[in-house]
Design a binder for this molecule. Structure first.
Ligand SMILES: [Cu+2]
Length: 180
């Protein structure tokens, strides 16, 4: 099992590296914008990227749009009463001076509403990001099935990997087949 996981990780690492693309806009550096491939019937999709701010002033990601969808909103995942929900972010998101904004699964995403064509693995489509200081930056969004391999070893997305409820043993709970 462990060997299989390591092999898969290596394959993903290779393909992500081969597809990786990045942009520079003033003090901002935008890493590998991508969106998850979706079934043809899906009316929405989510796009992700990481913005590093090498400048000395904070900037803000205010929004985005793309010819591929009717509308793009910045969304954030929030935990509420034990449930994971998403909500639209008003007023954009800060990219701190010398810091980064991670628009990554489980945190922020760029939500695409009213897709005009399904997002298929291997496609690319343009999206224009609106920054408060850096202005409009058009990037290509790479459509892919899997998230790019994380740059850092820490990946909170795997925190629940060990929770296999299907393996719970309910065998002792059958009171109907007690002693005759
Ligand atoms: Cu969303």
């Amino acid at each position: 099992m462990r060997k299989t996981l390591l092999t898969l990780a290596a394959v993903f690492g290779l393909s992500a590296a081969a597809l990786a693309h990045e942009y520079q806009a003033g003090a901002l550096h935008i890493d590998h914008p991508w969106a998850r491939a979706m079934p043809a019937v899906a009316p929405t999709a989510a796009a992700y990227l990481v913005v590093h701010n090498h400048g000395e002033q904070a900037d803000r990601l205010l929004g985005a749009d793309t010819p591929r969808a009717d509308k793009v909103e910045i969304h954030r995942h929030v935990h509420q009463n034990g449930l994971m929900k998403m909500e639209a972010v008003d007023g954009g998101v800060e990219i701190p001076a010398g810091g980064e904004l991670k628009v990554t699964p489980g945190d922020y995403h760029l939500m695409l509403f009213g897709l005009k064509q399904p997002l298929e693995d291997g496609q690319r489509f343009p999206m224009t990001l609106h920054f408060q200081k850096a202005g409009d930056v058009t990037v290509d969004i790479a459509v892919q099935k899997d998230a790019p391999a994380p740059a850092a070893p820490a990946d909170s997305g795997h925190a629940h990997e060990g929770m296999d409820h299907g393996a719970m043993d309910h065998g002792g709970m059958d009171h109907g087949t007690g002693q005759p």
